[in-house]
Design a protein. Structure first.
Length: 279
């Protein structure tokens, strides 16, 4: 059979945990990829029993299976961007680091997931220092929220000036670039700031969305950045586009009740068909 394969789909890989409630983690990442016209693939690092109200249990996937998933994807598909989320154990972090070295993806977004929207702990204490040591310098962008950035930098963050000081500490610790998300600060606007070594900080400001449906916002933001980078956007433009996407997704989900806690965003408010890239 003579099959004409003139095109391929842009591919993004998410390496993260599974959320049985569907609002965050792998599920949010794959929804975001699909909504933006990207073919999503996954390597599941852990399984959580959770819903909109909180996490009831976490079971880590064996490091060998995590490694097998990552290798299976890279050895068969052209991966245009990688998003890394919840990495529960130190050995899983080291496997991800080795896989980056082996397959050399050029666009990697790391969301240093530590605490869920409901306040549940998502990571072993000793894993954090391994993430800093093994992954920060290997990835394109690290995307902590205010609480994560405060923990990683060892300082409180109460305003934009302290966001910048914390970001400089993270850049000094090995990050190539840092996006500190300001959604946890009080105010009428949400300000996220992109910091790099070479460019002036990029401030992204949008009015705060009054909604209970915020489960998976961090996962969605970082996977949207990965998706836009998979489509060829540079880092600043990808961050701008992702900010617009997540703001619209929050607005689109404000009038919907899903569960009794923090509900999900509306990822599919304006879905894009799978995009084709000429080969």
């Amino acid at each position: 059979m003579n099959i004409n394969t003139t095109f391929r789909y842009p591919v993004a890989l998410t390496i993260a945990g599974s959320d049985s409630g569907g609002g965050a983690g792998i599920q949010a990442d794959l929804k975001t990829f699909s909504a933006l016209g990207i073919f999503g693939t996954s390597a599941i690092t852990s399984i959580t029993a959770q819903n909109t109200q909180g996490i009831r249990g976490i079971q880590a996937i064996s490091p060998e299976i995590v490694e097998g998933q990552i290798h299976a994807v890279f050895e068969d598909l052209t991966v245009d961007a990688v998003k890394i989320g919840m990495l529960y154990s130190r050995e899983t972090v080291r496997i991800v680091a080795r896989s980056i070295d082996r397959f050399s993806p050029s666009k990697i977004i790391l969301d240093p997931v530590m605490i869920s929207t409901s306040g549940s702990k998502l990571i072993e204490d000793k894993t954090i220092e391994v993430i800093v040591k093994e992954l920060f310098y290997r990835v394109t962008l690290v995307t902590p929220n205010i609480d994560e950035a405060a923990f990683l930098s060892g300082m409180p963050i109460r305003n934009e000036a302290e966001m910048e000081i914390a970001a400089q500490k993270l850049l000094a610790s090995g990050c190539r670039s840092v996006l500190i998300k300001g959604g946890h600060l009080e105010g009428e606007n949400v300000t996220d700031i992109l910091f790099t070594h070479d460019e002036a900080p990029l401030r992204l400001v949008a009015p705060a969305v009054d909604t209970q449906n915020t489960h998976g916002t961090g996962c969605t933001f970082s996977s949207a950045i990965a998706a836009y980078m998979a489509l060829g956007k540079g880092l600043p433009d990808a961050v701008r586009a992702a900010k617009a996407y997540i703001t619209a997704a929050l607005h689109a989900g404000t009038d919907v009740k899903t569960g009794y806690g923090h509900g999900p965003l509306n990822h599919f408010f304006d879905p894009v068909p799978l995009i084709k890239i000429k080969v």
